[in-house]
Design a protein around this ligand. Structure first.
Ligand code: PLP
Length: 636
Protein backbone atom coordinates (compact mmCIF):
# COMPACT_ATOMS: atom_id res chain seq x y z
CA UNK A 1 0.00 0.00 0.00
CA UNK A 2 1.49 3.37 -0.89
CA UNK A 3 2.53 5.33 2.21
CA UNK A 4 1.39 8.62 0.68
CA UNK A 5 -1.23 9.44 -1.87
CA UNK A 6 1.49 11.31 -3.74
CA UNK A 7 5.17 10.41 -3.40
CA UNK A 8 6.67 12.41 -0.56
CA UNK A 9 9.14 15.06 -1.67
CA UNK A 10 11.47 15.81 1.23
CA UNK A 11 12.79 19.38 1.11
CA UNK A 12 13.93 19.80 4.68
CA UNK A 13 17.52 18.65 4.24
CA UNK A 14 18.92 21.27 6.63
CA UNK A 15 16.96 19.50 9.37
CA UNK A 16 18.10 16.04 8.36
CA UNK A 17 18.69 13.80 5.36
CA UNK A 18 17.91 10.17 4.57
CA UNK A 19 20.68 7.60 4.84
CA UNK A 20 21.80 6.89 1.28
CA UNK A 21 22.12 3.24 0.18
CA UNK A 22 25.95 3.37 -0.03
CA UNK A 23 26.10 4.54 3.57
CA UNK A 24 23.42 2.12 4.73
CA UNK A 25 25.42 -0.69 3.15
CA UNK A 26 28.65 0.38 4.87
CA UNK A 27 26.81 0.63 8.17
CA UNK A 28 25.11 -2.69 7.74
CA UNK A 29 28.45 -4.35 7.06
CA UNK A 30 30.01 -3.11 10.29
CA UNK A 31 26.94 -3.87 12.37
CA UNK A 32 26.39 -7.38 11.10
CA UNK A 33 29.74 -8.67 9.86
CA UNK A 34 32.65 -6.74 11.33
CA UNK A 35 30.76 -5.85 14.47
CA UNK A 36 33.61 -6.15 16.98
CA UNK A 37 34.32 -3.69 19.75
CA UNK A 38 37.18 -1.37 18.79
CA UNK A 39 38.58 -1.72 22.31
CA UNK A 40 38.83 -5.54 22.13
CA UNK A 41 42.36 -6.91 21.99
CA UNK A 42 41.37 -9.78 19.69
CA UNK A 43 41.17 -9.78 15.91
CA UNK A 44 37.46 -8.84 15.83
CA UNK A 45 38.40 -5.53 17.40
CA UNK A 46 41.03 -4.69 14.79
CA UNK A 47 38.69 -3.91 11.92
CA UNK A 48 36.55 -1.41 13.82
CA UNK A 49 39.74 0.11 15.20
CA UNK A 50 41.12 0.50 11.70
CA UNK A 51 37.85 2.15 10.58
CA UNK A 52 38.24 4.70 13.37
CA UNK A 53 41.83 5.41 12.41
CA UNK A 54 41.17 5.59 8.69
CA UNK A 55 38.23 7.94 9.18
CA UNK A 56 40.31 10.25 11.39
CA UNK A 57 42.97 10.41 8.66
CA UNK A 58 40.34 11.22 6.03
CA UNK A 59 38.79 13.94 8.20
CA UNK A 60 42.20 15.47 8.74
CA UNK A 61 42.90 15.51 5.00
CA UNK A 62 39.49 16.92 4.12
CA UNK A 63 39.47 19.76 6.66
CA UNK A 64 43.22 20.38 6.87
CA UNK A 65 43.08 19.25 10.46
CA UNK A 66 46.72 18.21 10.84
CA UNK A 67 47.17 20.63 13.76
CA UNK A 68 44.62 18.73 15.81
CA UNK A 69 42.59 15.56 16.25
CA UNK A 70 39.06 14.33 15.47
CA UNK A 71 36.97 12.70 18.18
CA UNK A 72 33.85 10.77 17.31
CA UNK A 73 30.75 11.45 19.36
CA UNK A 74 26.94 11.54 19.19
CA UNK A 75 26.51 14.69 17.11
CA UNK A 76 27.07 18.41 16.93
CA UNK A 77 25.18 19.20 20.13
CA UNK A 78 27.60 16.98 22.05
CA UNK A 79 30.53 18.53 20.19
CA UNK A 80 29.37 22.05 21.05
CA UNK A 81 28.87 21.14 24.71
CA UNK A 82 32.29 19.49 24.89
CA UNK A 83 34.00 22.50 23.33
CA UNK A 84 32.21 24.95 25.62
CA UNK A 85 32.93 22.84 28.71
CA UNK A 86 36.60 22.61 27.70
CA UNK A 87 37.11 26.32 27.07
CA UNK A 88 35.17 27.40 30.15
CA UNK A 89 36.88 24.93 32.49
CA UNK A 90 40.19 26.26 31.27
CA UNK A 91 39.05 29.85 31.79
CA UNK A 92 37.96 29.04 35.33
CA UNK A 93 41.32 27.45 36.14
CA UNK A 94 43.35 30.14 34.41
CA UNK A 95 45.29 32.82 36.21
CA UNK A 96 44.52 35.37 33.47
CA UNK A 97 42.39 38.21 34.75
CA UNK A 98 39.57 39.70 32.70
CA UNK A 99 37.81 42.75 34.05
CA UNK A 100 34.55 42.02 32.25
CA UNK A 101 34.74 38.41 31.05
CA UNK A 102 32.28 37.53 28.32
CA UNK A 103 31.27 34.64 26.10
CA UNK A 104 30.69 35.76 22.52
CA UNK A 105 28.45 34.03 20.02
CA UNK A 106 26.85 34.99 16.73
CA UNK A 107 23.22 36.09 17.15
CA UNK A 108 22.08 33.55 14.53
CA UNK A 109 23.85 30.48 15.97
CA UNK A 110 21.93 27.25 16.38
CA UNK A 111 20.26 27.18 19.84
CA UNK A 112 22.70 24.50 20.98
CA UNK A 113 25.40 27.20 21.23
CA UNK A 114 23.77 29.83 23.48
CA UNK A 115 22.14 27.07 25.54
CA UNK A 116 25.50 25.33 26.11
CA UNK A 117 27.09 28.67 27.01
CA UNK A 118 24.36 29.43 29.55
CA UNK A 119 24.48 25.93 31.00
CA UNK A 120 28.24 25.60 31.51
CA UNK A 121 28.67 29.23 32.57
CA UNK A 122 26.19 28.51 35.34
CA UNK A 123 27.42 25.00 36.24
CA UNK A 124 31.04 26.17 36.46
CA UNK A 125 30.02 29.33 38.33
CA UNK A 126 31.96 31.47 35.89
CA UNK A 127 29.61 34.43 35.91
CA UNK A 128 30.74 35.60 32.47
CA UNK A 129 28.42 37.82 30.48
CA UNK A 130 26.95 35.99 27.49
CA UNK A 131 26.87 38.36 24.53
CA UNK A 132 25.30 37.80 21.11
CA UNK A 133 27.29 39.40 18.30
CA UNK A 134 24.70 41.26 16.22
CA UNK A 135 24.36 40.52 12.53
CA UNK A 136 23.54 42.87 9.67
CA UNK A 137 20.61 42.55 7.27
CA UNK A 138 22.62 40.03 5.24
CA UNK A 139 23.15 37.85 8.30
CA UNK A 140 26.88 38.66 8.60
CA UNK A 141 28.49 39.31 11.98
CA UNK A 142 29.11 42.91 12.99
CA UNK A 143 32.92 42.99 12.85
CA UNK A 144 33.25 46.27 14.75
CA UNK A 145 31.28 44.71 17.62
CA UNK A 146 33.53 41.64 17.52
CA UNK A 147 36.63 43.85 17.59
CA UNK A 148 35.26 45.77 20.53
CA UNK A 149 34.48 42.74 22.72
CA UNK A 150 36.98 40.09 21.69
CA UNK A 151 39.73 40.98 24.15
CA UNK A 152 37.35 40.26 27.08
CA UNK A 153 36.10 37.00 25.61
CA UNK A 154 36.73 33.61 27.21
CA UNK A 155 35.31 31.90 24.11
CA UNK A 156 34.16 32.91 20.64
CA UNK A 157 31.46 30.82 18.92
CA UNK A 158 30.55 31.32 15.28
CA UNK A 159 29.14 29.14 12.53
CA UNK A 160 30.20 28.24 9.00
CA UNK A 161 26.74 28.46 7.44
CA UNK A 162 23.37 29.14 8.93
CA UNK A 163 20.83 26.33 9.08
CA UNK A 164 17.76 28.56 8.56
CA UNK A 165 18.91 31.07 5.96
CA UNK A 166 21.93 29.34 4.41
CA UNK A 167 23.99 32.51 5.04
CA UNK A 168 27.68 31.62 4.67
CA UNK A 169 29.81 33.39 7.26
CA UNK A 170 33.10 35.02 6.40
CA UNK A 171 35.35 32.84 8.56
CA UNK A 172 38.50 34.37 7.02
CA UNK A 173 37.43 37.86 8.15
CA UNK A 174 36.63 36.57 11.65
CA UNK A 175 40.03 34.81 11.79
CA UNK A 176 41.74 38.02 10.73
CA UNK A 177 40.07 40.07 13.51
CA UNK A 178 40.92 37.37 16.03
CA UNK A 179 44.55 37.10 14.89
CA UNK A 180 44.93 40.87 15.13
CA UNK A 181 43.21 41.44 18.46
CA UNK A 182 43.27 38.32 20.63
CA UNK A 183 44.55 35.15 18.94
CA UNK A 184 44.52 33.39 22.32
CA UNK A 185 40.69 33.52 22.60
CA UNK A 186 39.46 29.97 21.90
CA UNK A 187 37.28 29.76 18.78
CA UNK A 188 34.51 27.24 18.15
CA UNK A 189 33.08 26.97 14.64
CA UNK A 190 29.81 25.07 14.28
CA UNK A 191 30.49 23.48 10.89
CA UNK A 192 27.37 21.34 10.65
CA UNK A 193 25.88 23.01 7.57
CA UNK A 194 29.29 23.33 5.88
CA UNK A 195 29.80 19.59 5.48
CA UNK A 196 29.46 18.62 1.82
CA UNK A 197 28.66 22.17 0.71
CA UNK A 198 31.77 24.28 1.37
CA UNK A 199 35.47 23.68 1.91
CA UNK A 200 36.97 24.33 5.32
CA UNK A 201 40.64 24.83 6.18
CA UNK A 202 40.89 24.41 9.95
CA UNK A 203 44.65 24.94 10.10
CA UNK A 204 44.73 28.11 8.02
CA UNK A 205 41.90 29.66 10.03
CA UNK A 206 43.39 28.62 13.38
CA UNK A 207 40.08 27.17 14.61
CA UNK A 208 40.23 25.49 18.04
CA UNK A 209 37.03 23.46 17.91
CA UNK A 210 34.81 22.46 14.99
CA UNK A 211 31.65 20.34 15.10
CA UNK A 212 30.13 18.06 12.45
CA UNK A 213 27.05 15.86 12.31
CA UNK A 214 26.54 12.86 10.01
CA UNK A 215 22.76 13.10 9.63
CA UNK A 216 23.03 16.41 7.79
CA UNK A 217 24.82 14.66 4.92
CA UNK A 218 23.12 11.31 4.38
CA UNK A 219 24.55 9.63 7.49
CA UNK A 220 22.64 8.35 10.54
CA UNK A 221 21.38 10.47 13.41
CA UNK A 222 23.44 10.28 16.58
CA UNK A 223 26.86 10.31 14.90
CA UNK A 224 29.11 13.34 15.18
CA UNK A 225 32.67 14.43 15.05
CA UNK A 226 34.56 17.10 17.02
CA UNK A 227 37.84 18.63 15.88
CA UNK A 228 40.11 19.84 18.68
CA UNK A 229 43.27 21.74 17.89
CA UNK A 230 46.38 20.42 19.63
CA UNK A 231 47.18 22.66 22.58
CA UNK A 232 43.59 23.89 22.94
CA UNK A 233 41.97 23.19 26.27
CA UNK A 234 40.11 19.92 26.55
CA UNK A 235 37.88 18.42 29.25
CA UNK A 236 35.95 15.26 28.45
CA UNK A 237 32.19 15.56 28.68
CA UNK A 238 31.99 11.88 29.55
CA UNK A 239 34.52 9.37 30.81
CA UNK A 240 34.39 5.61 31.06
CA UNK A 241 36.39 2.88 29.43
CA UNK A 242 39.13 5.13 28.10
CA UNK A 243 37.87 5.23 24.51
CA UNK A 244 39.06 7.98 22.15
CA UNK A 245 42.34 8.09 24.14
CA UNK A 246 40.34 8.82 27.27
CA UNK A 247 38.78 11.93 25.71
CA UNK A 248 35.29 10.51 25.13
CA UNK A 249 34.24 7.47 27.13
CA UNK A 250 31.78 4.96 25.71
CA UNK A 251 31.95 2.21 23.12
CA UNK A 252 32.41 3.87 19.75
CA UNK A 253 29.53 4.07 17.30
CA UNK A 254 31.44 2.32 14.53
CA UNK A 255 28.42 2.31 12.20
CA UNK A 256 28.29 6.09 12.49
CA UNK A 257 32.03 6.33 11.94
CA UNK A 258 31.73 4.07 8.88
CA UNK A 259 29.14 6.53 7.58
CA UNK A 260 31.61 9.37 8.05
CA UNK A 261 34.27 7.33 6.26
CA UNK A 262 31.98 7.03 3.28
CA UNK A 263 31.08 10.74 3.35
CA UNK A 264 34.71 11.86 3.66
CA UNK A 265 35.76 9.49 0.86
CA UNK A 266 33.18 11.07 -1.45
CA UNK A 267 34.29 14.57 -0.57
CA UNK A 268 37.97 13.71 -1.12
CA UNK A 269 37.16 12.15 -4.48
CA UNK A 270 38.36 8.72 -3.33
CA UNK A 271 35.06 7.10 -4.25
CA UNK A 272 32.45 7.93 -6.89
CA UNK A 273 30.31 10.54 -5.16
CA UNK A 274 26.58 11.24 -5.49
CA UNK A 275 27.21 14.81 -4.29
CA UNK A 276 26.82 17.54 -6.89
CA UNK A 277 29.24 20.38 -7.43
CA UNK A 278 28.21 23.89 -6.37
CA UNK A 279 27.42 25.04 -9.92
CA UNK A 280 24.86 22.22 -10.35
CA UNK A 281 23.29 23.04 -6.99
CA UNK A 282 23.03 26.69 -8.08
CA UNK A 283 21.09 25.62 -11.18
CA UNK A 284 18.76 23.51 -9.06
CA UNK A 285 18.15 26.46 -6.78
CA UNK A 286 17.24 28.68 -9.72
CA UNK A 287 14.81 26.07 -11.04
CA UNK A 288 13.12 25.66 -7.68
CA UNK A 289 12.94 29.39 -7.07
CA UNK A 290 11.36 29.99 -10.49
CA UNK A 291 8.76 27.29 -9.79
CA UNK A 292 8.05 28.74 -6.33
CA UNK A 293 7.63 32.19 -7.84
CA UNK A 294 5.08 30.66 -10.20
CA UNK A 295 3.03 29.57 -7.18
CA UNK A 296 3.58 32.80 -5.26
CA UNK A 297 4.48 35.65 -7.62
CA UNK A 298 4.91 38.05 -4.69
CA UNK A 299 7.22 35.77 -2.71
CA UNK A 300 9.95 37.62 -0.77
CA UNK A 301 13.33 36.04 -0.07
CA UNK A 302 14.59 36.10 3.53
CA UNK A 303 18.20 35.70 2.56
CA UNK A 304 20.84 37.73 0.76
CA UNK A 305 21.54 37.24 -2.95
CA UNK A 306 25.17 36.25 -2.33
CA UNK A 307 27.12 34.40 0.38
CA UNK A 308 24.40 31.82 0.74
CA UNK A 309 24.28 28.05 0.45
CA UNK A 310 22.64 27.19 -2.88
CA UNK A 311 20.74 24.39 -1.15
CA UNK A 312 18.61 26.65 1.05
CA UNK A 313 15.71 28.88 0.02
CA UNK A 314 14.13 30.90 2.83
CA UNK A 315 11.10 32.96 1.88
CA UNK A 316 7.81 34.46 3.00
CA UNK A 317 4.58 35.25 1.16
CA UNK A 318 2.58 38.37 2.05
CA UNK A 319 -0.68 37.56 3.90
CA UNK A 320 0.23 33.94 4.61
CA UNK A 321 1.47 32.55 7.91
CA UNK A 322 4.16 29.89 7.88
CA UNK A 323 1.66 27.47 9.45
CA UNK A 324 -0.75 27.90 6.52
CA UNK A 325 2.04 27.49 3.98
CA UNK A 326 3.50 24.42 5.65
CA UNK A 327 0.04 22.83 5.76
CA UNK A 328 -0.41 23.60 2.07
CA UNK A 329 2.97 22.12 1.10
CA UNK A 330 2.41 19.14 3.35
CA UNK A 331 -0.98 18.42 1.79
CA UNK A 332 0.75 18.54 -1.60
CA UNK A 333 3.32 16.02 -0.35
CA UNK A 334 6.18 18.52 -0.05
CA UNK A 335 7.91 18.60 3.33
CA UNK A 336 9.34 22.01 4.21
CA UNK A 337 9.85 23.76 7.53
CA UNK A 338 9.22 27.11 9.15
CA UNK A 339 12.87 27.45 10.12
CA UNK A 340 14.98 25.33 12.37
CA UNK A 341 13.36 21.97 13.19
CA UNK A 342 14.51 22.56 16.77
CA UNK A 343 12.46 25.78 16.93
CA UNK A 344 9.18 24.17 15.90
CA UNK A 345 6.34 25.77 17.82
CA UNK A 346 8.08 29.12 18.18
CA UNK A 347 5.95 31.85 16.60
CA UNK A 348 8.79 33.31 14.58
CA UNK A 349 12.39 32.97 13.63
CA UNK A 350 15.00 34.47 15.99
CA UNK A 351 17.50 34.22 13.13
CA UNK A 352 15.41 36.46 10.87
CA UNK A 353 14.61 38.75 13.79
CA UNK A 354 18.35 39.16 14.39
CA UNK A 355 18.74 40.14 10.73
CA UNK A 356 16.05 42.78 11.20
CA UNK A 357 13.65 41.43 8.58
CA UNK A 358 10.06 42.71 8.96
CA UNK A 359 7.98 40.83 11.53
CA UNK A 360 5.59 39.39 8.93
CA UNK A 361 8.52 37.84 7.05
CA UNK A 362 9.87 36.30 10.23
CA UNK A 363 6.42 34.99 11.22
CA UNK A 364 5.75 33.67 7.75
CA UNK A 365 9.18 32.22 7.02
CA UNK A 366 9.43 28.98 5.07
CA UNK A 367 12.69 27.11 4.64
CA UNK A 368 12.99 24.82 1.68
CA UNK A 369 16.29 22.96 1.63
CA UNK A 370 17.65 20.11 -0.46
CA UNK A 371 20.73 17.97 -0.03
CA UNK A 372 23.83 18.08 -2.25
CA UNK A 373 22.96 14.63 -3.63
CA UNK A 374 19.62 15.81 -5.05
CA UNK A 375 19.24 14.50 -8.62
CA UNK A 376 18.06 16.49 -11.63
CA UNK A 377 15.09 14.13 -11.75
CA UNK A 378 14.16 14.93 -8.14
CA UNK A 379 14.35 18.68 -8.76
CA UNK A 380 12.21 18.26 -11.90
CA UNK A 381 9.67 16.30 -9.86
CA UNK A 382 9.52 19.06 -7.23
CA UNK A 383 9.09 21.71 -9.95
CA UNK A 384 6.31 19.66 -11.51
CA UNK A 385 4.56 19.38 -8.14
CA UNK A 386 4.93 23.14 -7.65
CA UNK A 387 3.39 23.73 -11.09
CA UNK A 388 0.50 21.50 -10.08
CA UNK A 389 0.10 23.54 -6.87
CA UNK A 390 0.07 26.70 -8.97
CA UNK A 391 -2.75 25.28 -11.12
CA UNK A 392 -4.78 24.23 -8.11
CA UNK A 393 -4.39 27.62 -6.50
CA UNK A 394 -5.51 29.31 -9.70
CA UNK A 395 -8.59 27.10 -9.83
CA UNK A 396 -9.56 27.88 -6.25
CA UNK A 397 -12.68 29.95 -5.98
CA UNK A 398 -10.99 32.26 -3.52
CA UNK A 399 -7.28 32.32 -2.96
CA UNK A 400 -7.94 33.32 0.56
CA UNK A 401 -10.85 34.20 2.78
CA UNK A 402 -9.83 37.81 3.18
CA UNK A 403 -13.23 39.21 4.02
CA UNK A 404 -15.94 37.45 5.94
CA UNK A 405 -18.51 37.42 3.16
CA UNK A 406 -16.15 35.32 1.12
CA UNK A 407 -16.97 32.40 3.38
CA UNK A 408 -20.44 32.37 1.85
CA UNK A 409 -20.90 30.25 -1.18
CA UNK A 410 -18.39 27.79 0.18
CA UNK A 411 -15.27 26.45 -1.26
CA UNK A 412 -14.53 23.88 -3.98
CA UNK A 413 -18.04 22.54 -4.05
CA UNK A 414 -18.46 22.41 -0.30
CA UNK A 415 -20.90 24.37 1.75
CA UNK A 416 -20.11 26.22 4.93
CA UNK A 417 -21.35 25.81 8.44
CA UNK A 418 -23.48 28.94 8.52
CA UNK A 419 -26.84 27.23 8.48
CA UNK A 420 -27.81 28.60 11.86
CA UNK A 421 -26.31 32.05 11.38
CA UNK A 422 -28.26 35.13 10.48
CA UNK A 423 -27.27 36.32 7.03
CA UNK A 424 -24.36 38.72 7.15
CA UNK A 425 -23.51 37.97 10.78
CA UNK A 426 -20.33 35.99 11.42
CA UNK A 427 -18.30 34.88 14.40
CA UNK A 428 -14.60 34.70 13.54
CA UNK A 429 -12.02 33.19 15.89
CA UNK A 430 -8.51 33.09 14.39
CA UNK A 431 -6.86 30.80 16.97
CA UNK A 432 -9.62 29.02 18.93
CA UNK A 433 -7.44 27.06 21.34
CA UNK A 434 -4.43 29.36 21.41
CA UNK A 435 -5.61 32.89 21.96
CA UNK A 436 -8.69 34.56 23.44
CA UNK A 437 -9.60 36.79 20.54
CA UNK A 438 -13.03 36.78 18.91
CA UNK A 439 -14.50 39.01 16.20
CA UNK A 440 -18.24 39.66 15.75
CA UNK A 441 -18.79 40.71 12.15
CA UNK A 442 -21.78 42.56 10.73
CA UNK A 443 -21.22 42.46 7.00
CA UNK A 444 -24.23 44.59 6.04
CA UNK A 445 -23.27 47.50 8.24
CA UNK A 446 -19.54 46.88 7.75
CA UNK A 447 -18.85 46.70 11.46
CA UNK A 448 -16.49 44.42 13.34
CA UNK A 449 -16.14 44.12 17.13
CA UNK A 450 -12.85 42.62 18.30
CA UNK A 451 -12.97 41.16 21.80
CA UNK A 452 -9.60 40.31 23.34
CA UNK A 453 -7.24 41.06 26.17
CA UNK A 454 -4.67 43.81 26.23
CA UNK A 455 -2.15 43.90 24.73
CA UNK A 456 -3.37 41.93 21.75
CA UNK A 457 -0.49 39.97 20.20
CA UNK A 458 0.78 41.69 17.06
CA UNK A 459 0.02 38.67 14.91
CA UNK A 460 -3.72 38.84 15.71
CA UNK A 461 -3.77 42.61 15.45
CA UNK A 462 -2.32 42.30 11.96
CA UNK A 463 -4.84 39.55 11.20
CA UNK A 464 -7.77 41.81 12.09
CA UNK A 465 -6.32 44.86 10.33
CA UNK A 466 -5.71 42.93 7.15
CA UNK A 467 -9.27 41.61 6.99
CA UNK A 468 -10.95 44.90 7.68
CA UNK A 469 -8.51 47.22 5.99
CA UNK A 470 -10.96 48.85 3.61
CA UNK A 471 -12.07 52.30 4.80
CA UNK A 472 -15.79 51.48 4.99
CA UNK A 473 -15.12 49.01 7.83
CA UNK A 474 -15.57 50.30 11.32
CA UNK A 475 -13.58 48.24 13.82
CA UNK A 476 -14.38 48.45 17.51
CA UNK A 477 -11.68 47.06 19.87
CA UNK A 478 -13.04 45.79 23.20
CA UNK A 479 -10.93 44.56 26.10
CA UNK A 480 -12.67 42.04 28.27
CA UNK A 481 -10.60 42.97 31.34
CA UNK A 482 -12.50 46.27 31.41
CA UNK A 483 -15.79 44.50 32.16
CA UNK A 484 -17.04 42.96 35.42
CA UNK A 485 -17.98 39.27 35.43
CA UNK A 486 -21.53 38.90 34.09
CA UNK A 487 -21.47 42.14 32.06
CA UNK A 488 -22.43 41.96 28.42
CA UNK A 489 -19.41 43.02 26.37
CA UNK A 490 -21.14 42.90 22.98
CA UNK A 491 -24.27 41.59 21.28
CA UNK A 492 -24.80 40.98 17.61
CA UNK A 493 -27.60 38.90 16.08
CA UNK A 494 -27.79 35.68 18.05
CA UNK A 495 -24.30 36.21 19.47
CA UNK A 496 -23.69 37.56 22.91
CA UNK A 497 -20.36 37.98 24.65
CA UNK A 498 -20.29 38.22 28.43
CA UNK A 499 -17.33 38.80 30.74
CA UNK A 500 -16.38 35.99 33.15
CA UNK A 501 -13.92 35.74 36.05
CA UNK A 502 -11.33 34.18 33.80
CA UNK A 503 -12.05 35.84 30.44
CA UNK A 504 -15.28 35.82 28.48
CA UNK A 505 -17.95 33.52 27.06
CA UNK A 506 -19.65 33.53 23.69
CA UNK A 507 -23.26 32.44 23.80
CA UNK A 508 -25.46 31.50 20.88
CA UNK A 509 -28.81 32.81 22.14
CA UNK A 510 -30.69 30.80 19.51
CA UNK A 511 -29.74 27.45 21.08
CA UNK A 512 -27.99 28.42 24.34
CA UNK A 513 -24.71 26.80 23.35
CA UNK A 514 -21.71 28.51 24.95
CA UNK A 515 -17.91 28.51 24.69
CA UNK A 516 -15.74 29.98 27.44
CA UNK A 517 -12.46 31.68 26.61
CA UNK A 518 -9.37 32.58 28.62
CA UNK A 519 -6.45 34.58 27.22
CA UNK A 520 -5.23 31.25 25.80
CA UNK A 521 -8.47 30.55 23.91
CA UNK A 522 -11.01 27.85 24.72
CA UNK A 523 -9.61 25.46 27.29
CA UNK A 524 -10.71 21.95 26.41
CA UNK A 525 -10.93 19.52 29.29
CA UNK A 526 -9.82 15.91 29.11
CA UNK A 527 -13.49 14.96 29.40
CA UNK A 528 -14.41 17.01 26.35
CA UNK A 529 -11.56 15.54 24.36
CA UNK A 530 -12.35 12.01 25.48
CA UNK A 531 -16.03 12.46 24.63
CA UNK A 532 -15.11 12.55 20.95
CA UNK A 533 -15.90 9.29 19.21
CA UNK A 534 -13.23 8.05 16.86
CA UNK A 535 -13.87 6.43 13.53
CA UNK A 536 -11.27 4.46 11.57
CA UNK A 537 -10.22 5.49 8.05
CA UNK A 538 -11.74 2.36 6.55
CA UNK A 539 -15.17 3.14 7.94
CA UNK A 540 -14.86 6.81 7.05
CA UNK A 541 -13.87 5.97 3.49
CA UNK A 542 -16.39 3.26 2.83
CA UNK A 543 -19.53 4.16 4.74
CA UNK A 544 -22.04 6.89 4.41
CA UNK A 545 -20.72 9.65 6.58
CA UNK A 546 -21.08 13.39 6.48
CA UNK A 547 -17.63 14.97 6.60
CA UNK A 548 -16.89 18.21 8.38
CA UNK A 549 -13.66 19.29 6.69
CA UNK A 550 -11.77 21.45 9.20
CA UNK A 551 -8.66 22.08 7.09
CA UNK A 552 -7.54 25.48 5.92
CA UNK A 553 -8.35 26.49 2.33
CA UNK A 554 -4.85 26.13 0.92
CA UNK A 555 -4.26 22.61 2.16
CA UNK A 556 -7.76 21.51 1.18
CA UNK A 557 -7.06 22.70 -2.36
CA UNK A 558 -3.92 20.55 -2.50
CA UNK A 559 -5.43 17.34 -1.18
CA UNK A 560 -9.06 16.87 -2.04
CA UNK A 561 -11.34 14.92 0.22
CA UNK A 562 -12.74 11.94 -1.67
CA UNK A 563 -16.39 12.52 -2.44
CA UNK A 564 -18.75 11.13 0.13
CA UNK A 565 -22.50 10.62 0.04
CA UNK A 566 -23.13 14.28 0.80
CA UNK A 567 -20.91 17.26 0.00
CA UNK A 568 -18.71 17.99 3.00
CA UNK A 569 -19.39 20.88 5.31
CA UNK A 570 -16.40 23.15 5.20
CA UNK A 571 -15.22 24.73 8.46
CA UNK A 572 -11.76 26.31 8.27
CA UNK A 573 -10.04 27.20 11.55
CA UNK A 574 -11.49 30.70 11.74
CA UNK A 575 -15.01 29.20 11.72
CA UNK A 576 -14.38 26.30 14.11
CA UNK A 577 -16.11 28.09 17.01
CA UNK A 578 -19.02 29.27 14.88
CA UNK A 579 -19.38 25.69 13.68
CA UNK A 580 -19.29 24.29 17.24
CA UNK A 581 -21.90 26.81 18.38
CA UNK A 582 -24.28 26.44 15.44
CA UNK A 583 -24.02 23.13 13.62
CA UNK A 584 -27.10 20.94 13.56
CA UNK A 585 -27.52 17.73 11.67
CA UNK A 586 -29.77 17.99 8.61
CA UNK A 587 -33.22 16.58 9.38
CA UNK A 588 -33.76 12.87 8.59
CA UNK A 589 -30.03 12.37 8.10
CA UNK A 590 -28.80 8.99 9.28
CA UNK A 591 -25.19 9.62 8.35
CA UNK A 592 -22.51 9.84 11.03
CA UNK A 593 -21.09 13.36 11.27
CA UNK A 594 -17.30 13.06 11.11
CA UNK A 595 -14.73 15.83 11.51
CA UNK A 596 -11.68 15.33 9.32
CA UNK A 597 -8.36 17.14 8.83
CA UNK A 598 -5.02 16.27 7.20
CA UNK A 599 -3.83 13.68 9.70
CA UNK A 600 -6.31 13.52 12.57
CA UNK A 601 -5.12 16.11 15.14
CA UNK A 602 -7.24 19.16 14.50
CA UNK A 603 -10.41 17.17 13.80
CA UNK A 604 -10.43 15.93 17.42
CA UNK A 605 -10.09 19.52 18.62
CA UNK A 606 -13.07 20.65 16.55
CA UNK A 607 -15.21 17.74 17.71
CA UNK A 608 -14.17 18.54 21.31
CA UNK A 609 -15.12 22.20 20.75
CA UNK A 610 -18.57 21.03 19.66
CA UNK A 611 -18.78 18.94 22.82
CA UNK A 612 -17.61 21.87 24.99
CA UNK A 613 -20.24 24.10 23.39
CA UNK A 614 -22.93 21.60 24.31
CA UNK A 615 -23.63 20.70 20.71
CA UNK A 616 -23.72 17.42 18.86
CA UNK A 617 -21.45 14.56 19.82
CA UNK A 618 -19.31 14.19 16.72
CA UNK A 619 -17.04 11.53 15.36
CA UNK A 620 -13.46 12.36 14.39
CA UNK A 621 -11.63 10.47 11.67
CA UNK A 622 -8.54 8.88 13.23
CA UNK A 623 -6.24 9.18 10.27
CA UNK A 624 -7.34 12.20 8.31
CA UNK A 625 -7.63 12.88 4.61
CA UNK A 626 -4.10 11.62 3.90
CA UNK A 627 -4.94 8.21 5.28
CA UNK A 628 -8.39 8.05 3.70
CA UNK A 629 -6.79 8.63 0.30
CA UNK A 630 -4.12 6.03 1.06
CA UNK A 631 -6.78 3.60 2.16
CA UNK A 632 -8.77 4.08 -1.03
CA UNK A 633 -5.60 3.80 -3.15
CA UNK A 634 -4.64 0.62 -1.30
CA UNK A 635 -8.03 -1.02 -1.70
CA UNK A 636 -8.48 0.03 -5.35
N1 PLP B 1 24.27 23.27 14.53
C1 PLP B 1 23.58 23.45 13.40
C2 PLP B 1 23.91 24.61 12.52
C3 PLP B 1 22.56 22.57 13.06
O1 PLP B 1 21.87 22.76 11.93
C4 PLP B 1 22.28 21.49 13.92
C5 PLP B 1 21.17 20.57 13.60
O2 PLP B 1 20.02 20.84 13.81
C6 PLP B 1 23.03 21.33 15.08
C7 PLP B 1 24.01 22.25 15.35
C8 PLP B 1 22.77 20.19 16.03
O3 PLP B 1 23.26 19.01 15.46
P1 PLP B 1 22.94 17.54 16.05
O4 PLP B 1 21.58 17.20 15.55
O5 PLP B 1 23.98 16.65 15.45
O6 PLP B 1 23.06 17.60 17.52
Amino acid sequence: MPRFCVPELFLDANATTPVLPEIAEAMQHVTTTTFGNASSPHLAGLIPKSILQETRVLASRLFHGHDGRFLFNSGATEGINTAVLSALTDARNSKAVHTNPCLLYGATEHKAVPEALKHWNSVLGLGAEIIAIPVDSEGQLNMAFLQQHLSNALLLCTMGANNETGVVHDLAAIASVRNTISPEVPWLVDSVQVLGKLSLNLAALGIDYATFSAHKLYGPKGAGCLYVRNGSAYTPLQVGGGQESGERGGTENIAGVAAFRCIFSWLLGLQPSPLNPLAVLQTYRQQLLAALQGVFPNLVLNQPATHCLPTTINFAVPDYSSGELIAMFDAAGIRVSAGSACSTGKPRSFVLDAMGVPVWQSEGAIRLSFGPAASAQFIAQVCERLHEMQKRLASMQHKRYLLPQQYHGGFAGAHTSNEACLPGIRLLVPAPTEHGVVVFVDEHNRQAAVISNEPLQSVYQAWVQQRFSQPEWQVNWLQYENFAAGDTIQSLGQWRCIATDIGFSIINQANQRRLSFTSGGVVLSARERSSVKLIGVGEAANNDVHFIDVRDPLEAAMQRLPTSASAPTYAPRVLWCEFALTYTKPENSTEKVVTVCRSGGRSITVAALASAAGGLTLYSCEGGVTHIIEHLAGSA
